[in-house]
Design a binder for this molecule. Structure first.
Ligand SMILES: Cc1ncc(COP(=O)(O)O)c(C=O)c1O
Length: 456
């Protein structure tokens, strides 16, 4: 449907506009010669226009860049800022801890940690919690513990999942349906097929085939895939995963880092799931690094029986800054005052409007695209019907089209997550901001499909 010449021509035009619009960001990028890749973290080079916009300030769902442009931020730090940027209760809690009380990192517990543990237990129905600073570490430590208690070597993942830079997770099914190292698995310590197994999301037969080998300690999965577009569970799939994991003596970890968008207790709470472990990170800290993993009664009992496991000193689990006073103070403020039940209601309403707007444009222009929603998260994919596995969703990617839309939107004051077409709503996101996206998205599509040469 998309005329590739027209797409190339419009992309070129938008990249020029971007460059002319952002001279200070461009200069800052050019001056950062002592940063590896010119950016603080190499992923920040995932930008469609050759350099990233530089952050000047951010409040609520609005970001302002170095050149003075303001953006409706639907990226929200790829979920790290789902609570909105610098929410007041978090700022106050951080100031109180850092300035008034003092002691950001001391390796001593604070009462906030116990409050957060109890709140996470209530939301995710998981009784015992421990902290990390990132979701990656929460996942790493959870899988170490489950390998230890089961004595099994492997972890199973869904093809095209993402759980952070966890070595074991960088596995996919290749074009012939065979397990293989994922593209971008930089410096792998070992052949990933020796540490991991893989099955397609929504494929219970494939899952059973792998679990039947009897060597899988845990399935680590998102209840819905969110990192290759949103892939929602088909009826019976999640129940089937739980039944099969129990049958084959494999533990089930729900990574709720992104599916937290489904509600105050993530997808686990919303769909009444019963995993053995929940991991989470990003949004719970309200912008301050924070991660956590929750363990079932059964797992903590099994760990307690294992007197040989050293979890107090050299255990391979834990980090100096994890559960720091600052991190748990921010997490408490986020959960107590910002990402509340009421806030989720508003976020989901905004997401519903966003999805309806995208759907209207898709239908109006009869595009073979689809839009999926998971609570406060929305994503459109260049496939219709919406993909049902990670591999199908990966096949529907169109990097040139994605880049065009990202730059077009950025030039008109809208940020989407750079990695895909994901939009997330915060408690501060407004109906006007969503309507702005509706209008600009429709205009981008109209320009793309029109043979006219003039910018509208
Ligand atoms: C589902 C999921 N788990 C874990 C992570 C890792 O988070 P972090 O990079 O903050 O450690 C991500 C990051 O995108 C994620 O999407």
């Amino acid at each position: 449907m998309i005329n590739r010449d027209r797409l190339a021509e419009l992309s070129q035009r938008e990249k020029l506009v971007f460059t002319e619009r952002n001279p200070r960001s461009k200069a800052a990028y050019e001056q950062a010669g002592h940063l590896f890749g010119r950016v603080p973290m190499t992923w920040m080079n995932k930008t469609a226009a050759g350099f990233p916009v530089y952050l000047a300030s951010a409040h609520g769902a609005t970001v302002t860049d170095l050149d003075g442009h303001s953006y409706v931020d639907f990226s929200l730090g790829d979920t790290a800022a789902m609570a909105g940027h610098s929410p007041k209760p978090v700022v106050e809690a951080v100031q109180h801890r850092l300035q008034t009380l003092g002691g950001a990192s001391t390796m001593l517990p604070t009462e906030d940690a116990a409050w957060v543990g109890a709140e996470l237990a209530r939301r995710f129905n998981m009784p015992y919690w421990s902290f990390a600073l990132t979701a990656t570490d929460a996942n790493r430590w959870a899988i170490r513990l489950l390998r230890a208690v089961t004595g099994r070597p492997k972890i199973l993942f869904n093809s095209y999942c993402y759980h952070g830079s966890v070595d074991e997770s960088l596995i996919v099914l290749d074009g012939d349906g065979r397990p293989a190292s994922r593209e971008g698995n930089v410096g792998a310590p070992t052949d990933v097929t020796t540490t991991s197994r893989v099955a397609e999301y929504n494929d219970l037969e494939g899952l059973e085939r792998e679990l039947a080998n009897g060597d899988v300690a845990a399935v680590l999965m998102e209840p819905a895939l969110t990192n290759i577009g949103i892939v929602l569970p088909e009826p019976g799939y999640l129940e089937g995963v739980r039944e099969l994991t129990r049958r084959y003596g494999t533990y089930l970890i729900n990574d709720e880092t992104h599916t937290f968008s489904a509600g105050p207790g993530g997808a686990t709470g919303r769909w009444n799931l019963q995993p053995d472990v929940v991991t989470i990170g990003k949004a719970i800290g309200g912008g301050i690094p924070s991660g956590a993993y929750g363990l079932s009664e059964e797992i903590t009992e099994k760990i307690a029986e294992r007197k040989d496991l050293d979890l107090i000193d050299m255990g391979g689990v834990g980090g100096t800054l994890a559960g720091s006073a600052l991190s748990v103070a921010a997490t408490r403020a986020t959960l107590e005052h910002v990402l509340t039940d009421q806030a989720f209601q508003h976020m989901e309403d905004m997401a519903g409007r966003f999805a309806a707007g995208v759907d209207r444009t898709i239908k109006e222009h009869q595009l073979p695209w689809s839009v999926s929603q998971l609570g406060a998260r929305v994503e459109y994919r260049f496939a219709d019907p919406a993909p049902r596995t990670g591999t199908e969703s990966a096949r529907s990617a169109d990097p040139d089209l994605e880049d065009f839309l990202h730059v077009y939107l950025a030039n008109r004051g809208i940020l989407l997550t750079p990695f895909h077409n994901m939009a997330l709503m915060s408690p501060s996101t407004t109906a006007e901001q969503v309507a702005h996206h509706d209008a600009i998205f429709e205009r981008a599509v109209r320009e793309l499909l029109s043979a006219r040469r003039d910018p509208s």
